[in-house]
Design a binder for this molecule. Structure first.
Ligand code: NDP
Length: 613
């Protein structure tokens, strides 16, 4: 990439960023999106697995894992390793994989390096083919883990959990599903994911479109032709296709759409930042040289560098570590030059200067690649790189040089309206055969709405009630009043958003250790103490480790769509104050000590509380 040589006018950039943000601020925030219900409910149907009838189940398992994505798979694997065999995955999709089951859109891949993103590489002996791998290979790893650890054996697929309730008399969770199952589980781990419920833009007239439409997370290959493996979508060769959205998903599916559609219209509200990807094959000889324990070492190395720490080597070397290393090096050089103190102002200035430099490079790259000057101007992002999910791609910008691929830039306003035959922008109508919604997934909405069921704990309290003022947990996992329940996520824990699975790896190990211990000591109930939960929440409240960023940012889910960020939003998004590496080290020590500090292991139910705990 060409480094810019012109001095940057940081003040002018601040003004430009502010103007671009202001254009996009809207009073409805998250409410601008509509849920896939009513006419749109069919957008949630599973296009990949036919629905087959089966008899309802009435039985009991030791551990139920809700969701079949990496969170549950890693946890299932750790439980099996710990000798807990009676484990059942319950999953709405027709197979394991979670996000990688649903997201089969053309070009889908993960732009976190496979060596650290794909879980359990050492345990499964699998060598990723490329530095960044496509969705089918990621789904393959999910299937490999499930196969190797026997997690298919007892699994229920195409089964949506509809309710989860604690039964105090038996110390069991009762799980109800849309198949009329009633399953009792001694322990439940919820791996329902942070970004999985598709949302649609609340554009006037959206329900009137009479052509074909679908959401990217349910790609309709029957309509488009082609395959997730990359076969051309031959059925689009006579179709005018529109796509709404230019986030991380759209960036990946626009190149194949531009290649295959008769005409492609990309309706853009805010451009993504597109950094270099530089994908390449993983060398088998180099891979063979890695010594046992390498994956955890790589994960820690990435997390260290990505969060501004120091390491002798950068194993992953990508766009994620690049920005963080630039900021870190600038802080060090300013400190050395000035001989001064490490103040918050110095860190903020180093951050802004490095980011400005990085974003100038990203904008210069648009000019280098995109031939049409007006299109190039429209594709330039005017915000700090971490205001939105950074994207890394080597064919996206190039797609706009295909004569039949048209950028319809709405200059921050979004699509005006939709009618039976197409889309309106700036008073102009675009007739379409097919409209694809690359409009993302719910973030910041209520937990039960996203999970698709409510969780009822001791004394009838729901998880939504317990969390009405924000998440309250120990380690993002244990919740007071919800014994034997584990939340598998990253909030109030490591919170490393650049490599989600590393958070899940830690969660899985914790559940494996806690459940094995409970079974060993014959505990009927495991529950966080009220004091431990309160102390953890108080610590998280004072943490500045949150993906919910700067209100100066252009709106998006990284800043609550530009709406105020209060205590509730903070608790729902923040992580361990010391950052991911400190958390991973802390939780490793917590598990190893064997004391499981903050948890109570009880051989029978506690007496009913006499006063509020
Ligand atoms: P996003 O929420 O990131 O993007 C939604 C897009 O829809 C945005 O471009 C948004 O514009 C646009 N949009 C919304 N409403 C309108 C409207 N009325 N008119 C025009 N455009 C509109 O969803 P994605 O599915 O792209 O990505 C979701 C997340 O999934 C990512 O952030 C990432 O975490 C993950 N992901 C990760 C990948 C990986 O490689 N690891 C790949 C793909 C996804 P605006 O920006 O203005 O709001």
């Amino acid at each position: 990439m060409t480094a810019t040589t012109d001095p940057i006018d940081h003040h002018a950039l601040r003004l430009k960023y502010r103007q671009e943000r202001d254009k996009r601020l809207r009073p409805d925030g998250n409410e601008q999106y509509v849920q896939p219900t009513g006419k749109f409910a069919c957008l949630l149907d599973d296009p990949y697995t036919p629905h087959t009838e089966r008899a309802p189940l009435r039985d009991e398992v030791t551990v139920a894992l809700i969701g079949g994505g990496f969170a549950s798979l890693i946890t299932g694997a750790r439980l099996k390793e710990a000798g807990v065999d009676d484990v059942r995955i319950i999953e709405g999709g027709g197979d394991v994989g979670g996000t990688w089951y649903w997201n089969r859109y053309p070009g889908a891949m993960c732009d976190t390096a496979a060596m650290i993103y794909l879980p359990l590489l050492e345990e499964t002996g699998y060598r990723p083919s490329m530095k960044y791998v496509f969705a089918p290979e990621i789904h393959g790893q999910a299937r490999r883990i499930a196969g190797q650890y026997g997690l298919y054996d007892n699994a229920l697929f195409s089964t949506q959990v509809t309710g989860l309730a604690w039964e105090e008399e038996t110390s069991r969770w009762v799980i109800r599903t849309d198949r009329n199952d009633e399953i009792r589980a001694r322990f439940v781990a919820m791996g329902t994911g942070p970004l999985h419920r598709p949302k649609l833009p609340g554009i006037p007239g959206i329900e009137t479109f009479a052509g074909h439409s679908f959401h990217t997370s349910r790609w309709d290959y029957a309509y488009t032709g082609g395959s997730p493996e990359g076969a051309p979508m031959e059925k689009l060769s006579d179709k005018r296709v529109g796509i709404i959205g230019t986030g991380a998903t759209a960036v990946q599916c626009i190149p194949p759409l531009a290649r295959d559609a008769k005409e492609l219209f990309v309706f853009q509200r805010t451009p993504s930042s597109i950094d270099v990807r530089n994908n390449h094959a993983i060398d088998p000889e180099e891979f063979a040289k890695l010594s046992p324990g390498w994956q955890r070492q790589w994960v820690f190395n990435f997390a260290t560098l990505q969060t501004g720490g120091f390491a002798d080597q950068d194993y992953v070397k990508d766009g994620w570590t690049d920005i963080a290393k630039r900021i870190r090096d600038r802080v060090v050089s300013e400190l050395t030059q000035s001989g001064g103190e490490l103040t918050p102002e110095l860190i903020a200035r180093a951050y802004t200067d490095s980011d400005d430099e990085k974003m100038e490079e990203i904008r210069a790259r648009v000019d280098e690649i995109v031939q049409d000057a007006a299109t190039a101007a429209g594709l330039k992002p005017w915000y700090q790189q971490l205001c939105k999910r950074p994207c890394f791609h080597d064919e996206y910008l190039q797609a706009y040089n295909v004569p039949t691929c048209h950028l319809i830039d709405t200059d921050g306003k979004g699509v005006e309206r939709i009618d039976e035959t197409g889309v309106w922008v700036g008073g102009k109508h675009y007739a379409l055969d097919c409209l694809i919604f690359a409009s993302g997934f719910e973030v910041g909405t209520g937990y039960a709405r996203r999970a698709g069921y409510e969780t009822i704990g001791r004394g009838g309290e729901t998880l939504s009630e317990h969390w009405s003022e924000g998440m309250q947990t120990l380690h993002g996992m244990h919740v007071r009043g919800f014994p034997n329940l584990f939340i598998l996520g990253m909030t109030q824990a490591g919170n490393l958003i650049s490599n989600i699975t590393s958070n899940l790896a830690e969660a899985g190990m914790s559940v494996g250790a806690v459940v094995a211990h409970a079974l060993r000591v014959g505990a009927e109930q495991v529950e966080v103490t009220a004091a431990a939960e309160q102390a953890w929440v108080a610590m998280i409240e004072n943490s500045n480790q949150s993906f919910l960023g700067n209100p100066e940012c252009t709106p998006g889910y990284y800043n609550n769509e530009g709406r105020p960020i209060g205590r509730r939003e903070k608790l729902n998004a923040a992580g361990y104050p010391g950052g991911p590496v400190a958390y991973f080290e802390y939780i490793d020590g917590w598990r190893r000590s064997g004391a499981f500090e903050g948890l109570e292991f009880r051989s029978e139910a506690p007496p009913a509380p006499t006063s509020q705990q």
